[in-house]
Ligand binder design. Structure first.
Ligand code: NAD
Length: 257
């Protein structure tokens, strides 16, 4: 890499944990961080899905390590972060990507659906931030990147728990940034637009909703997981050292419309 790019965007020797990285946006972001030089910890609930990812990364010269953990379980999240720190003795980058969505009208949204969404999308994110933040603040450096949503800004339709959780992720990002910026730890969020992954499978399969969404996207296409690669490397790198408390939409122009 050219020395300017290496200094600004290179992540050589750094350790990154990407939660929920066996597929979708998390997989694309984990790969991108690895390609920028980071040692990457891939995570998901099912170890059987993580091992092939580590092997595929290795075939492309990327250094990855798998740690399975269920992010709806606070103790498991705490363990995940502690084991991630223990792997190389430090953790430089945390990407809180794992997230779930339950689509039901508010009047039918059960407590179980609400709790399931809030547990993974908000409670797990806070526990991971707290555990990683404690380590990063003590070291005087670190990057935390939370995966928010357009529903951090908008209310969405028939996904009340998801909208509430992602709105909270935006506020949590700012709250942590306010506390940790002076300690060299930047906390930002990426708000992806409508991306082609399992998370949006129901929308993609509904021709009416799918077309409505497409017609509102100025870029005139749904996003692809690869559209987040540059954004996550930027927010993980020295290039963004004076950028914190920000929710960056990568949405083909949706928010501007
Ligand atoms: P996805 O369903 O393909 O991936 C979600 C990932 O989270 C999977 O790897 C899954 O295994 C993991 N996960 C879910 N629950 C978990 C748990 N309890 N423990 C551990 N891992 C768990 O969807 P995606 O689109 O890649 O979603 C990634 C993130 O991006 C989510 O936070 C989602 O809300 C957010 N997002 C997605 C879109 C989109 O259009 N796809 C838009 C905005 C935000």
């Amino acid at each position: 890499m050219h020395s300017f790019l290496e200094k600004q965007f290179g992540l050589r020797g750094q350790v990154a944990l990407v939660t929920g990285s066996s597929q979708g946006l998390g997989l694309a972001m984990a790969r991108a961080l690895g390609q920028a030089g980071a040692h990457v910890i891939v995570n998901g609930r099912d170890p059987g899905k993580l091992t092939p990812v580590v092997h595929r990364f290795a075939e492309h010269g990327l250094h990855a390590h798998a740690i399975a953990a269920d992010l709806s379980d606070r103790a498991a999240v705490q363990r995940l972060v502690e084991e991630s720190i223990a792997w190389k003795g430090h953790l430089d980058i945390l990407v809180n990507n794992a997230g779930i969505i339950k689509r039901t009208p508010a009047v039918d949204h059960t407590d179980a659906d609400w709790d399931a969404v809030l547990n993974v999308n908000l409670n797990g994110v806070f526990v991971a931030c707290r555990a990683a933040g404690k380590h990063m603040v003590a070291r005087g450096s670190g990057k935390i990147i939370n995966i928010a949503s357009l529903l951090t800004f908008f209310g969405g339709v028939t996904v009340p728990g998801y909208a509430a959780s992602k709105g909270a992720v935006g506020q949590l990002t700012k709250a942590l940034s306010n506390e940790w910026a002076a300690h060299g730890v930047q906390v930002n969020a990426i708000a992806p637009g409508y991306m082609r992954t399992d998370n949006t499978a129901a929308l993609q399969a509904d021709p009416k909703r799918s077309l409505e969404i497409l017609q509102r996207i100025p870029a005139n296409r749904w996003g692809d997981p690869s559209d987040l690669e540059g954004a996550v490397v930027f927010l993980a790198s020295h290039a963004s050292d004076y950028l914190t408390g920000h929710v960056m939409a990568v949405d083909g122009g949706w928010c501007g419309r």
